[in-house]
Design a protein around this ligand. Structure first.
Ligand SMILES: Nc1nc2c(ncn2[C@@H]2O[C@H](COP(=O)(O)OP(=O)(O)OP(=O)(O)O)[C@@H](O)[C@H]2O)c(=O)[nH]1
Length: 372
């Protein structure tokens, strides 16, 4: 038992090197921007409300049309921290008041939402225009296309639509000589877990520590006899990392349901009258025995993160080993987080120094535009 655990600890030491390998600019804080774009009524605001505000899908029927850019900070945990910008349906790139260069420059991901229940010819030409403009300004953006509202379509129909949209969008780019632009496609709906899964993948691409987290999870599961493990952001139910074995939708849905059960039960029985806020803390944990010889095990990792794993019943008999390795895993996550904080502090310091040097060089009274 100790040998397994020691292997895990040894590996932990390696992870720092990877985290220190940040290659970003000198910005003090790395808070990527995610843009939600698409035609009117394609479902942008609904996606944001359902994923980040726990709005029930039926309530989105009453959402009013967005008529200006809505910006929101999502900083629920140390690793999940970004801004979401919800755009009104039609943006006029030729409108001089719309500074799209500034917007695209600081963008990590651009999600373009296409209503699959509607005619998508106009949406595709809008997608092309948006992507080419954004790429000119910032070639580093991840372009994500949500083929949305697929709840109304049969399975065959979904695949067919995805193939058609994929082909047309890429043909348009090829015609413009822009084959190097990569578009990722997802079939989504707010009426099932597909929207959470798609958002998870979008967010994961923006987490520089992802390979480290995945490696930690791989080491953790292989030394503990676990089949699959996810690291979840409890509030949004976005999984920010998982081990390298493939994810199947059913497993992901079960994890989301387990988080809901834990939070609901804790809300009812876990909070005293004087307490408020998220009923989730160091003591939070849950074990659910499934009827297929598997056990689901949830444990708190940080204030906002939970580990949910699937273990065979016979392996779960060695719960002591799992708990010990989990303890090491948790420590490693904390260390990764500490390194990240240190790197950010150093960047801030560096950019402040640069800023003050620039100010001195230009004289105290000189006006400068902020280099950040
Ligand atoms: N069937 C289905 N309807 C959806 C889905 N997502 C959103 N809708 C519906 O689509 C309609 C438009 O949604 P909004 O979120 O307001 O669309 P929007 O893109 O923000 O619209 P604008 O603010 O006008 O740009 C609402 O009636 C939603 O209930 C989905 O996944 N499936």
């Amino acid at each position: 038992m100790n040998f397994d655990a020691l292997l895990f600890c040894d590996w932990m030491l390696d992870c720092h090197v990877q985290v220190l390998g940040f290659s970003d600019s000198l910005n003090g804080e790395v808070k990527p921007r995610i843009l939600l774009m698409g035609l009117r009524r394609s479902g942008k605001s609904s996606i944001q409300k359902v994923v980040f505000h726990k709005m029930s899908p039926n309530e989105t029927l009453f959402l009013e049309s967005t008529n200006k850019i809505c910006r929101e900070d999502v900083s629920s945990s140390s690793f999940v921290s970004f801004q979401i910008w919800d755009f009104p349906g039609q943006i006029d790139f030729f409108d001089p008041t719309f500074d799209y260069e500034m917007i695209f420059r600081g963008t990590g991901a651009l999600i373009f939402v296409i209503d699959s229940q509607d005619d998508y010819v106009e949406a595709l030409s809008r997608l092309h225009l948006t992507v080419t403009r954004a790429y000119q300004v910032n070639p580093e953006i991840n372009f994500e296309v949500f083929i949305h509202k697929v709840d109304g379509l049969s399975d065959d129909h979904k695949i067919e639509k995805q193939r058609d949209i994929h082909k047309r969008a890429n043909d348009d780019l090829a015609d413009a000589g822009l084959e190097r632009i990569h578009l990722s496609f997802y079939l989504t709906s707010i009426y099932d877990h597909s929207i959470f899964e798609a958002f998870s993948k979008v967010v994961q691409k923006l987490i520089p520590q992802l390979p480290t987290l995945e490696n930690l999870l791989n080491i953790f599961i292989s030394n503990s006899g676990i089949e699959k493990a996810f690291l979840f952001d409890v509030v949004s139910k976005i999984y920010i990392a998982t081990d390298s074995s493939p994810v199947d939708m059913q497993t992901y849905e079960l994890c989301c349901d387990m988080i809901d059960v834990v939070i609901d039960i804790s809300c009812i029985y876990g909070l005293t009258d004087s307490e408020a806020g998220l009923p989730y803390d160091k003591e939070s944990m849950a074990i659910i025995h499934l009827n297929n010889t598997r056990v689901m095990y949830l444990k708190e990792v940080t204030k906002f993160l939970a580990m949910v794993c699937f273990v065979r019943k016979d392996s779960f008999e060695r719960k002591g080993l799992i708990d010990y390795n989990f303890h090491c895993f948790k420590k490693a996550i904390q260390e990764v987080f500490d390194v990240r904080v240190k790197v950010q502090q150093n960047r801030k310091l560096l950019s402040q120094r640069r800023w003050s040097k620039l100010t001195v060089a230009n004289g105290a009274g000189g006006w400068l535009s902020n280099p950040l």
